[in-house]
Write a protein that binds this ligand. Sequence first.
Ligand SMILES: Cc1cc2nc3c(=O)[nH]c(=O)nc-3n(C[C@H](O)[C@H](O)[C@H](O)COP(=O)(O)O)c2cc1C
Length: 141
Amino acid sequence: MMKTAVIYATKTKHSKKLAQAIGLFLDITVQNITENPVLDDVDLLFIVGGIYGGASMPELLAYIKTLEAPMPKYAALVTSCASGSQKQIAVCNILEEKGIKVLDEFVCKGRILFVSATHPNAKDLKAATDFAQKIVAGGLK
Ligand SMILES: Cc1cc2nc3c(=O)[nH]c(=O)nc-3n(C[C@H](O)[C@H](O)[C@H](O)COP(=O)(O)O)c2cc1C
């Protein structure tokens, strides 16, 4: 059976909300990167994170750099940002450098002050779980 894990990095807890929605849907416990999650024999890794000044949290990048074999085979990214359009480019690059294939990235809006003020909302959480379902249902080769 495919082993899936969900990790998140957050400053203002939106990514935690998204990760928990996905974890609930997949029936797995999600882990904050501050807990330094150990990813033994994981086939598919969901990484949920926000964007700050156009970039991911340095702590998330540092954590991903520490991943060692046996590494996850695949990753899927879930990204929270006020613009609703910025991606976790550095995360994606580090993963690909390590031979972890990034299947897809789902970006959703996350509030900062008055920008995207109602996000993430119930619709966003549903869209995130729909994304997770699509990734899992896609089957990994
Ligand atoms: C210090 C800071 C910088 C941010 N910079 C950006 C940015 O460059 N682009 C963007 O779209 N959103 C930006 N945001 C908004 C966050 O990406 C958004 O609030 C996201 O939901 C945060 O995720 P988190 O709650 O998991 O930390 C910024 C937020 C903070 C607090």
